[in-house]
Design a protein around this ligand. Structure first.
Ligand code: NAP
Length: 289
């Protein structure tokens, strides 16, 4: 499947203006990003495509030693070759994040070979949009989303966290979705539940590990035009380009805020909390078959 050009060239001007207003992003100052990543081991899962690939390239360009994880070795090697051609350092670790033994081997292998991991960008993910009528014989939709979006990252962090805490250094950036802040969306049950599970898990754990100077940032990412979002018709929905989304990832690493979310999301959350019945009725009206 083709990916939208990383800088979004070709997007209608009206969509570019709308996405600028709804999701303003800015590139972090090169100096502050460089001081956070230079010479550091930066693990990016889902680094073969989309947001992860663009982030890995920027983090390597800022001096990070990037560790690229995804299932496809060939795609990862292409990304690593691009990084090397630009003078950066990248290592390739093909791993299926739904295979818990492989995830544990990944974590242990990284600690053996590199000594530690400084920064983890938890980005590998799978989305499924399917109504419940079409899901009765598809239990695997729920297991595979929960495996890649929740259990795999938990397993990886169970392996890496002791070392981060002992060294009193580590930053975890989770690529969550704005959907977890909104009223639950029909047809996104498998995806929404799995992304919410890891979001809650990480925020709970964050309170326990902050005393050891291990920090977390949850990015409540809006729509980004990638191969993941391509199968759903979001043509009239303003979204970010891969370039803009990876700027958010770099900002998360440079500034270490606890969360990054669209500026209007607290208002929508408050509206949803105050008028729970109305938000639910709005969903029911909008998503009739
Ligand atoms: N696009 C959006 O609108 C949007 C919005 C909010 C949040 N997000 C989140 O952003 C993250 C990246 O999404 P994207 O849009 O950049 O998607 P993408 O272009 O499809 O990239 C997904 C990446 O994850 C890897 N991946 C998928 N399954 C994997 C598995 N089992 N094990 C290891 N790696 C796996 C893929 O590589 P392989 O296929 O080679 O394994 C690929 O590198 C996801 O967590 C997604 O939930 C996306």
């Amino acid at each position: 499947m083709n990916e939208t050009p990383a800088n979004g060239s070709g997007r209608p001007i009206i969509e570019r203006i709308a996405s600028r207003l709804l999701y303003p992003t800015s590139r972090p100052r090169e100096k502050s990003l460089r001081s956070e990543v230079s010479g550091r081991i930066v693990l990016v899962t889902g680094a073969s495509h989309g947001i992860g690939k663009a982030s890995a390239r920027k983090l390597a360009a800022a001096g990070g030693i990037v560790v690229l994880v995804a299932r496809s070795r060939e795609d990862l090697e292409q990304v690593a070759a691009g990084i090397a051609a630009e003078g950066g350092i990248a290592h390739v670790y093909p791993t299926d994040m739904t295979d818990m033994d492989a995830v544990e081997r990944l974590g242990r292998g990284l600690l053996d070979e590199h000594g530690h991991v400084d920064i983890l960008v938890n980005n590998a993910g799978k989305s499924i949009r399917r109504s419940i009528d079409e899901s009765y014989d598809r239990f695997h939709d729920f297991t595979r989303t929960i495996d890649v979006n929740y259990l795999g990252p938990v397993k990886l962090l169970l392996t890496l966290l002791p070392s981060m805490r002992e060294r009193r250094q580590g930053h975890i950036v989770n690529i969550s979705t704005w959907g977890v802040m909104m009223p639950p969306a029909p047809r996104w049950a498998a995806y929404g539940a799995s992304k919410t599970a890891f979001d809650v898990w990480l925020r709970s754990v964050a309170a326990e590990i902050s005393a050891d100077k291990v920090t977390t940032t949850s990015i409540y990412m809006p729509l980004v035009h990638t191969r993941m979002s391509a199968p759903t018709d979001f043509s009239r929905v303003p979204g970010l380009t891969v370039d803009e989304a990876s700027d958010l990832v770099c900002h998360a690493i440079a500034a270490k805020p606890r969360e990054i979310a669209p500026w209007w999301s607290p208002g929508v959350q408050a509206w949803s909390d105050l008028t729970r019945g109305r938000a639910q009725r709005f969903m029911e009206r909008s998503f009739r078959r």
